[in-house]
Design a protein around this ligand. Structure first.
Ligand SMILES: [Zn+2]
Length: 388
């Protein structure tokens, strides 16, 4: 019930800024059915009429929309994943008829854990285990019990959201919803206006997964491919204090904002440390966008305020405007917030150049030989325009 309010179905402090530090969930279900909720199954109580009460215990802080009750005629299988913090219990609950399909499709779980623990740090809820639970809807990031309804197909119900081909190499729901264990369940927004903290990083987890298993070029192609879903209709950050989220661009555009930022960092190992650092610094916390922005500025060593204002609080895409006269290259940013100063990599003939354009003010550099045109590295989510 993300956004609508968990108080619609159970009494709770219906605000995201705070989380209970643990939870007991007891659900009584008719004979032959079982309930799967969050955390660990501590006890099953049998009643004289055949009904049963399932006692689930969550030993970590949990956001209110992450709590779930799944009742069905489930069958169970499991595995143990040797992870960064030791053995992680992975339990799977699916409908009886789908057992064989699930055993094949859920092989993406250890692949997901391998990629995400590498890039984001240890799975944040070892004590509560990891679960996938089949449901009739597409899926959701319930903490330690991710729900699954992607019909045992790769892609997003069989479609590749990136159009690059790489989106059919994995089950979108297993990868995306599990990515939320780091960004949504570990690090949770205080106000849904800042939902990009959940969705931009988690959508970015998709190209990161692709990169881990298929190489850096593949990851880039996937990230760039996601741009076809960007609307640039309204800002990614929504209005505060009114329980309203911003544009759906928080998914594909937010992921491309992070992909662009990574280019500026240049050093992949440093970028990985920053992503892992986020999950350490804000471990089991609720946060504001400002906290995340400031952390990234600090770690990257740049004032990223204009960068985040541009991509999170504005809809315009920066345009690198340039002129070429012989081997003189003049350039500046246009269509931006004031002070926008993103460094950018361009191909000028045989040579790669890093430019540090600023808004409105033209700067000039010399290319080695005269070139007829330049091309901005496509990993940057910006446009370019040759001035006449
Ligand atoms: Zn999501």
């Amino acid at each position: 019930m993300q956004g609508e309010g968990a108080s619609l179905f159970w009494p709770n402090k219906d605000h995201m800024y705070d989380e209970p530090d643990s939870m007991m969930i007891r659900v009584t279900v008719p004979k032959n059915l079982m309930d799967v909720s969050n955390g660990r199954l501590r006890q099953v109580e049998n009643h004289p009429d055949g009904s049963r009460t399932f006692h689930w215990a969550v030993t970590n802080p949990i956001n209110n929309y992450g709590v779930n009750v799944n009742v069905g005629d489930y069958v169970h299988f499991s595995e143990v994943y040797p992870g960064e913090k030791g053995n992680l219990d992975c339990d799977y609950y699916v409908l009886r008829d789908n057992l064989d399909k699930a055993k094949a499709q859920f092989k993406d779980v250890p692949r997901m854990l391998k990629a995400f623990e590498h890039w984001f740090g240890p799975y944040p809820f070892y004590e509560d285990g990891f679960k996938l639970v089949e449901v009739p809807y597409l899926g959701m990031e319930h903490q330690s019990s991710v729900t699954y309804g992607n019909k045992y197909r790769n892609g997003y119900l069989g479609r590749d959201l990136s159009g690059s081909g790489w989106g059919l190499k994995f089950d979108y729901i297993i990868i995306h919803e599990s990515g939320h264990e780091w960004f949504a369940n570990n690090i949770t927004y205080k106000d849904i206006a800042d939902m990009w903290v959940h969705e931009s990083f988690t959508t970015y987890s998709e190209p990161i997964f692709v990169e881990y298993h298929y190489g850096k070029q593949a990851g880039s192609e996937y990230a760039i491919g996601l741009r076809r879903n960007i609307a640039n209709d309204k800002p990614i950050i929504g209005p505060y204090h009114v329980n309203a989220s911003g544009s759906g661009d928080m998914y594909p555009k937010g992921a491309n904002m992070l992909h662009t930022l990574r280019q500026v960092v240049r050093d992949d190992e440093k970028w990985r440390k920053i992503l892992r650092g986020l999950n350490q610094e804000f471990y089991h916390q609720t946060v504001t966008s400002a906290q995340i922005e400031n952390y990234l500025s600090r770690q990257i060593g740049r004032d990223l305020n204009p960068f985040f204002d541009q991509y999170l609080r504005d809809v315009r895409i920066p345009v690198l405007e340039y002129r070429l006269e012989g081997n003189r290259l003049s350039y500046r940013w246009t269509n931006t917030v004031s002070g926008f100063n993103l460094p950018v990599k361009v191909q000028a003939g045989e040579k790669e150049l890093w430019l540090e354009p600023v808004t409105t003010k033209w700067k000039t550099t010399k290319t080695k030989a005269a070139v007829t045109d330049i091309k901005v590295d496509p990993n940057f989510y910006v446009s370019q325009k040759k001035a006449e």
